[in-house]
Write a protein that binds this ligand. Structure first.
Ligand code: GLN
Length: 489
């Protein structure tokens, strides 16, 4: 294994580019043309994008250039180029969720996060590839081919926001939005060497996000630096009348006071997250991060999260249960694909053929699992039991946070694995062992790049994972910014 500086080049981050645009060093139009030509060169290999929104991006850029020339106010993200996971609705182009079911679906409205990014001056350049309906950890379950990891194109980028992570890692865009139900922002961020941030449940509006697990889903940014993640988060977070699960708590200006002082941080290391089942290089990267924090004066405490592994079983009951209910709307009548009707066939048959044709294997597996755990005979044994364990997991975090401000561990047990490794479903689900519990408990969590490991002659990024109490995003981002700069020295 070779440790390298993992700090993303801050001259290359989104806010530096916003500054370039605002100070007239480059026009928005030039920025869009540059991004389109980077994508034209790389995307035939990486397959990070579904539809590009070139026309829309060019006209936004033209307006931004004119606004700048007039000297009028520009938003905090003005001139930045952002890609959008293709399960977030936009009123331009298609919203496919990487499913044949929605191959031709065009949303009549914009998600709230889209409206807010536009209002902040961002240029939205395209929709990114994902595991179908955001179910997966490898971005291989895609209707139009898998995404490839820009660090090693024979490997997966992680999932389900693999297209968003790959687009940022390959420098096609300044940042991207993803969605995270059990790790789908943070795990691909770790595999691709980017920052990935999942806010507290209820912080960011899901109006216009195609629902997967409604008690777990959150939208968040993937970016090249913590300060970029904070800037995007501030633009999209906050109360939304169109999503009754959003909180009215004020969204603090997260990095206004800069990175946290490590000497005042209490960092908890969950014993269950550093173990021999992890790839040896992953443990080394974690240990290195802990050493840097300790050397900078942070208080390091060992904490226990004994239900870490039970989180995976709990998640894979709750998420499929909610998915099986959310996906009933795709029946061929109201939305999306409809199988050709056969004379004499009943409605039930039409539903069944439509859903068999429209959904891929993993989505069908989730619907079957979810329907099973919710069925009258098994509800108490699985679904109700999972909700009870969910409460215990929340309590476990409450007691851990009595001893520390943030928790630190690996984001994933291994670095990116090869495309086509054909993991059985349970091994695939175990990728999520360190990330699902943040969704189960609803707390904010983020992955930052922390080092590289050598694997079969390739250098693969490894991420570390920070978690904080609900609505403590400002503390979480400040701690992450501190660790990011310690890792860069
Ligand atoms: N990998 C997890 C799953 O397959 C998480 C997905 C997500 O967060 N959207 O369900």
């Amino acid at each position: 294994m070779k440790m390298t500086d993992s700090k993303p080049d801050s001259s290359n981050d989104l806010l530096a580019r916003v500054d370039d645009f605002k100070s007239g060093r480059i026009s928005a139009t030039e920025r869009v043309e540059n991004a389109l030509s980077t994508i034209a060169g790389l995307d035939p290999t990486i397959n990070a994008f579904h539809d590009l929104l070139a026309e829309e991006a060019r006209s936004t850029a033209k307006e931004l250039d004119a606004t700048r020339e007039r000297g009028d106010d520009l938003g905090p993200l003005a001139g930045s180029i952002i890609a959008i996971k293709d399960n977030i609705c936009m009123n331009v182009g298609r919203t496919t969720c990487s499913s044949r079911m929605l191959e031709e679906y065009r949303s009549p409205f914009d998600a709230t996060v889209i409206e807010r990014l536009r209002a902040a001056g961002a240029i939205l350049l395209g929709k990114t590839n994902l595991d179908e309906f955001a179910m997966g950890s490898s971005s291989e379950h895609c209707a139009w081919g898998p995404v490839r990891n820009p660090h090693a194109t024979d490997r997966v980028p992680g999932g389900s926001s693999g297209g968003s992570a790959a687009a940022v890692a390959a420098d096609c865009v300044d940042a991207a939005l993803g969605s995270d139900t059990g790790g789908s922002i943070r795990q691909p961020a770790a595999f691709c060497g980017t920052v990935g941030f999942k806010p507290t449940y209820g912080r960011v509006s899901r109006h216009g996000l195609v629902a997967f697990g409604s008690s777990l889903d959150q939208i968040g940014p993937l970016s090249r630096s913590v300060r970029d993640a904070a800037a995007i988060y501030e633009a999209i977070a906050g109360l939304d009348p169109a999503d009754s699960t959003t909180s009215d708590l004020e969204v603090a200006n997260c990095l206004a006071s800069g990175p946290a002082d490590p000497a005042r941080l209490r960092v908890g290391i969950p014993r269950e997250h550093r173990n021999d089942r992890n790839h040896a290089g992953v443990n080394e990267v974690l240990d290195h991060a802990v050493d840097r924090l300790r050397a900078a004066g942070a208080t390091i405490v060992d904490v226990d999260l004994p239900l870490t592994r039970q989180g995976v079983s709990t998640y894979y009951v709750i998420a499929p249960a909610e998915a099986s209910s959310n996906l009933t709307r795709f029946d061929g009548i109201r939305y999306g694909h409809r199988a050709e009707s056969v004379p004499g066939e009943g409605l039930e048959d039409l539903y069944a053929r439509t859903r068999t044709e429209g959904f891929g294997d993993e989505v069908r597996r989730r619907i079957l699992l979810g329907t099973y755990v919710l069925s009258a005979g098994y509800y108490d044994a699985y679904y109700k039991r999972a909700l009870q364990v969910r409460r215990l997991i929340k309590q476990e975090y409450d007691s851990a946070f009595e001893q520390c401000d943030v928790l630190l561990g690996p984001t994933t047990p291994t670095p990116a694995f090869p495309i086509g490794a054909d993991l059985d479903p349970v091994s695939m689900y175990l990728n999520d062992v360190y990330t699902v519990n943040s969704n189960i408990a609803g707390i904010p969590a983020l992955s930052i790049p922390a080092g590289l490991v050598d694997e079969d002659g390739e250098k693969l990024p490894v991420g570390v994972h920070l978690q904080a109490p609900a609505f403590a995003e400002a503390d979480l981002l400040a701690a992450a910014a501190a660790l990011e700069s310690l890792l860069a020295d």
